[in-house]
Design a binder for this molecule. Structure first.
Ligand code: DO4
Ligand code: MG
Length: 283
């Protein structure tokens, strides 16, 4: 089932019907058995008609995040390891080592105020000449450390800043509108299957300039391993979003430009569209 966060309340799509749920977002999603809870809501809530559903969804979808932190895993796919090794001026072996190490790379990415949603803008940095989107299956993990849902993540990244020195990673990864989540939280009681396809295309002035796809099964680590490390020394009172690493990387000749449109699709969840912009507030 799909749960959309709206300006007021949320909209649940289940078995071809839609329902409005008034519960406060953090309280609604942060529970064990979220799928069963949402299913129970549908039995005593009146379904919306299609016109009302459209009115709720048109232009009103927010990123599916409240007070949760967003974290990200890195170098979890061979494609990502290879791309970092190519771009790195000084630290290629770091990426090789972390790909094979027991401990994964995990980094803090954002709080909600830096996160855009479906159809929202994401920024490239003005001091970076090489910028890419990173399409990532993103887990919603509740405060007990249990995965309750999935969403699409875009871990916007500066490859030139990260490539110059691996210690610059926080600047390559964390800045205004450097993350997007959406369009909904896909809630299921069974793990998302390995055959799940992740695809990304990028359009410039209406022309396709990049397209590729792969499957979740190519990930090196299990989700239990990633969440286990993340939760081993941190509490997340509202739960947490964990981007699981990029599996698609455009070729080295590619960098984003303002106005580019990035479309990321993941089976079961849907498609998230973001437009590339620049932060004009800071000189
Ligand atoms: O090590 C740098 C970041 C890696 C990353 O964000 C990814 O693999 O998705
Ligand atoms: Mg990433």
């Amino acid at each position: 089932m799909k749960l959309y966060k709206l300006a007021k309340g949320s909209l649940l799509q289940h078995n071809g019907s839609s329902y409005i749920i008034d519960d406060e977002w953090d309280k609604l999603i942060n529970r064990d058995g979220l799928a069963a809870y949402l299913e129970s809501v549908t039995t005593d809530t009146t379904a919306l008609n299609a016109e009302v559903e459209n009115e709720h969804l048109t232009g009103n979808i927010l990123p599916p995040i409240g007070n949760q932190e967003v974290w990200a895993a890195g170098v979890t796919y061979l494609r990502s390891r290879d791309a970092r090794m190519e771009e790195s001026e000084t630290g290629a072996s770091l990426y090789d080592k972390v790909y094979d190490a027991a401990r994964p790379e995990l980094f803090f990415k954002a709080l909600a105020h830096r996160v855009s949603g479906h159809n929202g803008e994401v920024y490239i940095r003005k001091d970076s000449e090489w910028n890419v989107p990173e399409p990532e299956l993103t887990l919603f993990v509740n405060s007990n450390g249990n995965i309750q849902g999935y969403t699409i993540g875009n871990d916007m990244s500066s490859r030139s800043i990260e490539g110059e020195n691996a210690l610059y990673l926080p600047q390559a990864k964390v800045y205004e509108k450097s993350a997007a989540l959406g369009p909904c939280l896909y809630v299921t009681s069974s793990p998302i299957p390995g055959e799940t396809v992740i695809s990304m295309n990028i359009k410039r002035k209406g022309e396709l300039v990049f397209e590729d796809e792969t499957t979740v099964s190519r990930i090196k680590r299990s989700f239990a391993e990633l969440t286990g490390y993340l939760y081993s020394e941190c509490d997340f009172p509202y739960g947490c979003f964990l981007m699981t690493g990029t599996c698609l990387v455009p070729p080295p000749s590619f960098t984003l430009q303002t106005g580019d449109v990035v479309e990321i699709s993941i089976d079961h969840i849907g498609t998230m569209v973001n437009v590339i912009g620049l932060n004009t507030k800071h000189k």
